[in-house]
Design a protein around this ligand. Structure first.
Ligand SMILES: CSC[C@H]1O[C@H](OP(=O)(O)O)[C@H](O)[C@@H]1O
Length: 364
């Protein structure tokens, strides 16, 4: 996507393959900083500390992390250690394991001397495929916004609610849930986005709002608990969210709070769509509530807030009493029955195994 006229991806390798550059998303929206990763451990830290985040971008970063690891030591033990180190960074997004398994499968049969270059080639492929997948999701999802626009008056925008950040910052480029919004916006369709702030990491307030601001897309940041009220008052035409892991049965794991938004949408007859790149499908499980590991992160993400002071300093403050314990569940699972449809790179389908298999028959 463009930032002040300059085209960016969220991650890109140096010409010599010795480093990989990322946008440090922990510093947005107040500072735009590019960080260079040169080692396996730096790549692992970037994922664990959420300098990069979002299921597809986590996968791409892990793939490049394997390439950096192989430059240092390409032996069999080092290959396994790199896979294990990166896999341990975050448990929920399936793209992490998908990317690591794919790169390891490519490298294992090769002589160590060939592994660094092969890993870099595979990581580049994963990144380029992600961009193409997301562009296709954008095209397929834009049809939903076009259809909603046809029901509106000439001056009435289509109101889309989204949760967390499933924009280009969550992927290599284009995004998943925001891709249909970008495509529809570029076509000239009048639209407006309700942006859930998405406590506690505020990916909506800090990242989605930043993206939409830079792209000129009309939007309003709201507290997470506002969405149900908006839906009750006919102020949301459809919801589009991302996912970190969707089961073969159509259960959708996404940022904490998504399930509550889906319940409100269901109760108010608001269509609830999930943008789903195929690497985010976990074909090995059906029951998401039972089987998807839900990350629990440091409680300080809940008990503290970081922001910019009036005189421009970025400060962190505590918002809970010192003695209060804190729980920080990072994801929840929306059962397939609450999902209107899945927007994949191959088109839309119902949130079910049968629906997914119509688009991905090779998985039968
Ligand atoms: C397109 S994946 C976006 C997905 O990832 C986010 O989680 P996190 O920021 O913790 O990596 C969130 O669940 C988004 O919907």
């Amino acid at each position: 996507m463009k930032i002040d006229g300059a085209a960016y991806r969220t991650i890109w390798p140096a010409e010599d393959g010795r480093s990989v550059s990322i946008i440090d998303q922990t510093r947005l929206p107040h500072d735009f900083a590019v960080v260079s990763l040169t080692t396996l451990d730096e790549a692992a830290h970037a994922i664990r500390a959420m300098l990069v985040r979002g299921a597809p971008l986590i996968g791409a970063t892990a793939a490049y992390g394997m390439a950096l690891a192989m430059r240092a030591d390409a032996g069999d033990a080092a290959l396994e250690r790199a896979h294990a180190t990166l896999l341990a960074t975050r448990p929920t997004a399936i793209n992490l394991r998908w990317a690591l398994d794919r790169v390891r499968a490519k490298l294992a049969p090769l002589p160590p001397a060939a592994r660094a270059e092969a890993a870099l080639i595979e990581a580049d492929l994963i990144a380029d495929e992600d961009v193409a997948i997301n562009q296709a999701i954008g095209e397929h999802g834009a049809a939903l916004i076009r259809a909603a626009a046809a029901e509106k008056g000439p001056d009435e925008p289509v109101n889309v609610l989204t949760h967390c950040n499933a924009g280009w910052l969550a992927t290599v480029d284009w995004g998943t849930a925001l891709a249909p919004i970008y495509v529809a916006f570029e076509e000239g369709i009048r639209l407006h986005v309700w942006v859930d702030e998405t406590r506690p990491r505020n990916q909506g307030a800090s990242l989605t709002a930043w993206e939409l601001n830079h792209h000129g897309v009309p939007h309003t940041v709201v507290a997470d608990n506002v969405g149900g009220h908006l839906m009750q008052h006919g102020m949301v035409d459809l919801c589009i969210v991302g996912t970190d892991r969707t089961t073969a049965g159509g259960d959708v794991c996404n940022k904490i709070g998504t399930y509550l938004k889906a319940l409100a949408a269901h109760d108010n007859g608001v269509p609830f769509y999930v943008a789903l790149p195929s690497p985010t499908i976990d074909w090995g499980i059906e029951d998401g509530v039972r089987d998807i590991p839900i990350e629990q992160r440091d409680g300080r993400e809940v008990s503290e807030m970081t922001g910019r002071t009036a005189d421009g300093r970025v400060e962190t403050v505590r918002i809970t009493p010192d003695g209060s314990p804190v729980a920080n569940y990072a994801f929840d699972v929306t059962p397939a029955r609450l999902v209107t449809g899945l927007i994949t790179e191959r088109g839309l389908c119902p949130a079910s195994r049968a629906g997914l298999l119509t688009l991905f028959p090779e998985q039968r």
